[in-house]
Write a protein that binds this ligand. Structure first.
Ligand code: HEM
Length: 183
């Protein structure tokens, strides 16, 4: 897969209405009315209150069986019933980035069960991961989720579980934006 840029722009326009911005760890993001997710864009729309940048990139940790299972069950973004979305920008610590790949993978899956837990929320939740670190962006990751309102509790449970894992001890900044759009 090639590298596709993405811009998240907050301001007065955008498909998504911002219901709530919660600073889970570290600095918050400024309040705004609406949010746009613009894949393929590298320049920010004029009058944006703030902008987050990332890229769709290759997977780093996923094994062949995990990837096959993910591709089998994961739904597309943009389903008509998915009128709620959550954007969670995340950065991890220097201690995380100083670890060798095999130790990061061991924390991520063997000890935290990230993919195993995540798979339990599919196909109810559609997801996309963007990377920002190699761009020198404000966040290492921009994680994006879409689901129907009746699946919100399932998503909330997953987020709660992930935040209790060993992997999350390396999270130094995390902001949660709750979004909705008209059906
Ligand atoms: C909805 C179910 C979920 C599934 C199936 C899932 C699956 C995955 C997979 C397979 C990766 C690794 C990609 C790679 O190989 O590089 C990943 C990475 C990541 N996910 Fe999830 N995830 C889910 C939910 C979440 C949630 C709710 C959050 C945030 C609260 C989250 C945050 C992240 C982050 C930050 C990474 C990057 C980790 C790193 O590279 O250090 N994920 N996820």
């Amino acid at each position: 897969m090639g590298v596709t840029p993405v811009i998240f722009a907050a301001g007065e326009t955008g498909e998504w209405t911002i219901d709530r911005i919660l600073a889970v760890a570290g600095e918050p993001l400024a309040p705004a009315a609406r949010l746009a997710r613009i894949e393929g864009a590298v320049t920010a729309p004029p009058r944006a209150r703030w902008v987050l940048r990332g890229t769709r990139s290759n997977e780093r940790y996923t094994t062949r069986p995990e990837r096959d299972e993910l591709r089998r069950v994961q739904p597309e973004l943009g389903r008509a019933a998915s009128t709620e979305a959550v954007l969670i920008p995340i950065s991890k610590s220097d201690a995380w980035w100083d670890l060798p790949q095999d130790e990061r993978r061991a924390i991520f899956e063997a000890r935290s069960g990230h993919v195993t837990k995540g798979l339990g929320a599919l196909p109810a939740v559609a997801r996309r991961l963007y990377h920002g670190r190699d761009l020198g962006a404000e966040f290492d990751f921009l994680t994006w989720f879409e689901f129907a309102p009746e699946e919100r509790a399932r998503f909330d449970d997953l987020v709660g579980e992930l935040r209790r894992t060993e992997e999350w001890r390396y999270v130094v900044r995390e902001v949660e934006l709750r979004l909705r759009r008209d059906p």
